[in-house]
Design a protein around this ligand. Sequence first.
Ligand SMILES: [Fe+2]
Ligand SMILES: [Fe+2]
Length: 348
Amino acid sequence: MADNTFSEKILVVDDEPLISDIIARSLEAEGYGCHIADNAEDALEVLSENSFSLIMSDINLPGKTGIELLSIVKDQFPDIAVIMVTAVDDRRTAIKALQLGAYGFVIKPFDINEIAISAVNALERRRLAIQSREYENRLENEVRSRTAEIHHREEEICVRLTSACEYRDVETGSHNRRLGLYASLLAEEIGLEQQAIDEIRIAASMHDIGKIAVPDNILLKEGSLNNEEFEIMKRHTVIGAQILKGSSISLLKMAQEIALNHHERWDGSGYPNKIAGEKTPISARLVAVIDVYDALVHKRVYRPPIPEKEALQMISRDKGSHFDPEIFDAFKRVLPQLRRIRLQVQDR
Ligand SMILES: [Fe+2]
Ligand SMILES: [Fe+2]
């Protein structure tokens, strides 16, 4: 009885051969391909091997009932429409079937035309449901890819802005890149949300953007800064925040809080605002640790690199005074990964 030349195939499930035969014939007369199963188990086997658009199933079947078949089909083959065929005194079950997702029901004894009309209606509803789901999926994918594109553009602009500043000070380019990579690792380790993990990679690399306004004689000075020079250097935090302020882009908002606060200390003795503890945004507390670590283990205009072991001893003393102790512990846990980043992104 099955006919693979039809695109819309219908599975008729009934234990009374006379009834399934009448149903199948009336549907075939309308051009559908039909297959007959006389119980739910057989129907499921046929369903696992062939694809159908519609099932017309009796409710009172030997073994699994038509209702049980319906819930299995809705679960495993959600795209197949189901019409229940039921005895007159079985209306309550028929309503339950509709609630379970049946597309309709036909009451026995039925008029032969009723079968074809219910099938056409159910197949049309199914077609519209599939079409609207596909449309929604397309729309969702489009929104997702547009959003990704916007993020990509935002990132590119930030990276180019940062690299413009790096022209002033050649040693900071790789430092900024490493800092971004360290920051997203550490953000993940301390359990920040995925969006923050993604954004901090770029935002952290912009932490010293305010240095663009620090004069060359201070920025590039070989040797330590005197008090007056250091006061000017400190202004890179406030200037960086001014460059980035007022944006509605969350990446830039984060970049601004990092630029302003990455020299604040856990005990409130940092700059520019001497804020302490958790009042300093977590992004900036995080950057504070890796900024100092990376600066120490690499060469600076004013000093050679410090061996990592020694650098770690130095910064460990500042846990709880300069650095948020919890973030510092997380930093130590990800240290092996940070070392790998150092190998990948080396100073020019
Ligand atoms: Fe800085
Ligand atoms: Fe830095």
